[in-house]
Ligand binder design. Structure first.
Ligand code: NAP
Length: 311
């Protein structure tokens, strides 16, 4: 039986692996479908501490993985299909194998919702972004579109006005979902304009994004709208499917971790974006991965008769 299985290989999972490895727990990381998680969607990460010149998202993933392996973490490039988490022995299954562990750390992240229109996938990292904090800096003096009408779209749209000359928020209805205070800030900002009742039909590009094909859903009129970049904020979904019926979720559908990394099941901890719908940063995910591994260490020590302060 393993001490710790970590499900997910983004900054949360790999930081948990570094800490669990250094605690001599020889963790097994099951990397999942999108190895490295959302950071690999970002070309340059300029806000991850320790990299004064920035770091490529994929490169950071490789560094974290190497660092975890250095301390004895084993990385399995496979996808977890099923878990049985109750009781002292947790079972984690992939299509071909079954593992047992004292502790499971869930770090499966969240996935930004996509528009699912032609051009979107092709231009990710070339003008299509799901993170203003990560990519806003590249749009100094430019014109960007923000898709969505919720708090994220307003928050991130406002953030983008620090760089872009113009931010056009494109929303599918004629009313925003965002909190009143954020709506007001957006309406008051001279750099922000709105296009209502409109959806994106296609992302247009050459080597980089050059515009959007838009459709007014009330009139049916199609237009081409030139922009230098498009930021999509139409929500995220936490990757919790395999835990359904076992792990308690909060009202937003994320894993409820009681403001720390505890789940409702003893010996199961959660970290990173799967339990955080507020900050969603690589560094906050890494921080919570560290916390989860430290809790795992204490939990295992307690099982072996040492004192454990618990929740
Ligand atoms: P959200 O509240 O679910 O809003 C998503 C927005 O995207 C909605 O306006 C929705 O339109 C639109 N949308 C969804 N699917 C779309 C599609 N296929 N095409 C075009 N538009 C689409 O998501 P969120 O803004 O990411 O916020 C998630 C949670 O985090 C919320 O609970 C939010 O309050 C919280 N949050 C809080 C803050 C803050 O307090 N500062 C900041 C960020 C996030 P409809 O309105 O028509 O449904």
């Amino acid at each position: 039986m393993r001490n710790v299985i970590i499900i997910g290989s983004g900054p949360a999972g790999l930081t948990a692996a570094i800490y669990a490895g250094r605690a001599n727990l020889a963790p097994l990381v099951i990397a999942g479908m999108e190895q490295g998680g959302q950071i690999t969607l970002t070309d340059d990460l300029e806000n991850y501490p320790g990299f004064a010149e920035g770091v490529k998202g994929f490169e950071l993933y490789q560094i974290l993985e190497k660092q975890a392996q250095r301390f004895g973490a084993e990385i399995l490039y496979d996808v977890v299909t099923q878990v049985e988490l109750q009781g002292p022995v947790k079972k984690v299954k992939t299509a071909d194998e079954e593992f047992e562990a004292r502790v499971v750390i869930i770090a499966t992240g969240s996935t930004p919702k996509k528009l699912h229109v032609p051009g979107e996938k092709e231009y990710i990292g070339k003008g299509v972004s799901y993170c203003a904090t990560c990519d806003g800096f590249f749009y100094k003096g430019k014109h960007v579109a923000v898709i969505g009408g919720g708090n994220s779209a307003m928050d991130e749209g406002l953030f983008l006005t620090r760089f872009a000359d113009k931010v056009t928020i494109i929303h599918r209805r004629d009313r925003l979902r965002a909190d009143a205070i954020l709506q007001q800030r957006a309406f008051d900002n001279e750099k922000i304009e709105f296009i209502w009742d409109t959806v994106v039909e296609q992302v247009l590009g050459d080597k980089l994004v050059i515009g959007l094909k838009l459709k007014n859903i009330k009139t049916g009129v199609m237009t081409e709208f030139p922009v230098d970049g498009v930021f999509v904020f139409i929500g995220h979904f936490p990757n919790v499917e395999i835990f359904t019926g076992q792990i308690k979720l909060n009202e937003s559908g994320y894993i409820d971790t009681n403001n720390r990394t505890f789940t409702n099941i003893a010996g199961v901890f959660a970290c990173g974006d799967v339990q955080d719908n507020i900050y969603r940063q690589a560094i906050t995910a890494a921080g919570s991965g560290c916390q989860a591994a430290m809790e795992a260490e204490k939990y295992i020590a307690a099982q072996q008769g040492q004192s454990y302060p618990g929740k």
